[in-house]
Design a protein around this ligand. Structure first.
Ligand code: RP5
Length: 165
């Protein structure tokens, strides 16, 4: 199975990025996590992205805050799908990172999740890998079933509580 690259612009992004790592672990997907910056280590980021496909990666997750150019720069150097995670790490509450990540020019897409949406970024990566992996696809199906059961339980509980009012 292909691995997922989890790249963060700063170690300070890790508390959010941990949620993506936990999801990948839950699904048994191999990953590598690195700190690389579009601004502080631009050559290293470009080099990583250029070699990512031949190094066994299938998807790249890129988490960055503020003027978040990391996902875009990685996407510029690869044909792998890149998923951007805008991090809320500034006085602008992550809106800066969201816009910087999502507003890519035609020809260089970055699939952008919500501000701090690390868990969904990992799930999207799993869904991409599941296109060619039936075991992963079945695990995703199981997750949906569990979610449905969780909502049904919550609704049943709500009905009970309403009757007691
Ligand atoms: C971005 O700037 C990083 O992704 C991080 O979210 C933010 C702040 O980085 P540090 O100054 O904490 O290293 O590049």
């Amino acid at each position: 199975m292909k691995k997922v690259a989890v790249i963060m612009g700063s170690k300070s992004d890790l508390p959010v990025v941990k949620k993506a790592i936990a999801k990948l672990q839950e699904f048994g997907v191999g990953y590598e996590a690195h700190v690389m910056s579009a601004h502080r280590t631009p050559d290293q980021a470009a080099e990583f992205s250029k070699n990512a496909r031949e190094n066994g990666f299938g998807v790249i997750l890129a988490a960055a805050g503020k003027a978040a150019h990391l996902a875009g720069v990685l996407a510029a150097h690869t044909t792998l799908p890149v998923i951007g995670i805008p991090i809320k790490s500034s006085t602008l509450d992550g809106l800066d990172a969201l816009l910087a990540t999502v507003q890519m020019p035609s020809g260089v897409p970055v699939a952008t999740v919500a501000i701090d949406g690390a868990e969904n970024a990992a799930l999207l990566a799993v869904q991409i890998l599941a296109l060619s992996d039936e075991t992963l696809a079945q695990k995703l199906k199981g997750m949906k079933t569990n979610m449905r059961a969780g909502v049904a339980d919550a609704d049943a509980q709500l009905q009970q509580e309403l009757q007691a009012l």
